[in-house]
Design a protein around this ligand. Structure first.
Ligand code: GLP
Length: 260
């Protein structure tokens, strides 16, 4: 049974935390929220995240699509981030990740998928172009999020301002280490383009999925620690509608704190 409460938010915010029996069930629940959004909205605007946590979410969305339960025809999509200097056909690019995991297997209309060009000659101009596209789409309705082991969301590393806009940012050494396998034997890029924290919390609904023991400490900090820029994900505690979906491993430290 999902286990939810509305405790960790601050101010007038609403944060729902749902812990499911395992990582598969957690990913399926996240996919179901996306599918529900596709059904409920006339012109759904989705914000997608990348990372290993998201693969089973996209696999489930593809499955639901094949069953006729997830129709992307009227949807527009944006992505959170992309590595700077990395072209879309690079095997480690987030563009390639999305193409393989989701876009190549579902029915977005031509032109409805908006990806950040990490290899754009002028990344500041690329950021402005992307922000204009998000505005023109009427903002993001549902934003999927993962979380980094240091509490980052998108590529907003600890210390990023809660007022940050989309921008080029430097990756933390721990983030580069975590993402190294995808680039091996080449080095991981030092910079990325990311939606800012303010861009992310402008989404009407945020859905953060975290699974596995490696995320337990970041999850506990996000849910139980002070709301500050040392843990970018704590910005979600002040968001008007965030759903956090966890498996027991990712919830373990938060869970322990709730038992004492
Ligand atoms: C990258 C992405 C994040 C993602 C994080 C976690 O840093 N920029 O959006 O949440 O990785 O990835 P994983 O799910 O592989 O742990």
């Amino acid at each position: 049974m999902p286990y939810g409460w509305y405790g960790p938010a601050c101010g007038g915010a609403t944060m729902k935390v749902t812990i499911l029996p395992d990582a598969t069930a957690a990913a399926q629940h996240a996919a179901r929220l996306v599918a529900d959004h596709l059904c409920a909205e006339e012109a759904p605007v989705l914000g997608f995240a990348t990372g290993e946590t998201m693969r089973p979410v996209y696999a489930e969305l593809v499955r639901l699509h094949r069953l006729g339960k997830a129709d992307f025809r009227r949807a527009t999509s944006f992505n959170l981030d992309e590595y700077a200097g990395v072209p879309p056909d690079h095997p480690a690019s987030f563009a390639r990740f999305m193409q393989d995991a989701l876009f190549g297997q579902v029915n977005f209309a031509p032109g409805a998928i908006n990806l950040i060009r990490g290899d754009a000659p002028d990344l500041d101009e690329e950021v402005r172009r992307y922000e204009r596209l998000i505005d023109a789409a009427g903002g993001i309705g549902l934003q999927l999020l993962g979380i980094g082991q240091n509490g980052h969301i998108g590529f907003n590393e600890p210390g990023s301002s809660f007022a940050s806009q989309m921008r080029v940012t430097e990756l933390a050494p721990s983030t580069r280490a975590a993402n190294a396998p995808a680039f091996r034997p080449d080095p991981v890029p030092t910079h990325a383009v990311t939606m800012g924290i303010e861009t992310i919390v402008a989404a009407r609904h945020c859905v953060l999925l975290a699974t596995g023991t490696a995320k337990a400490s970041a999850v506990a900090r996000m849910l139980d620690g002070a709301v500050d820029e040392g843990c970018p994900a704590t910005a979600l505690r002040a968001h008007s509608a965030t759903t956090v979906i966890l498996d027991p491993a990712a919830a373990a430290l938060h869970w322990q704190r709730r038992q004492v």
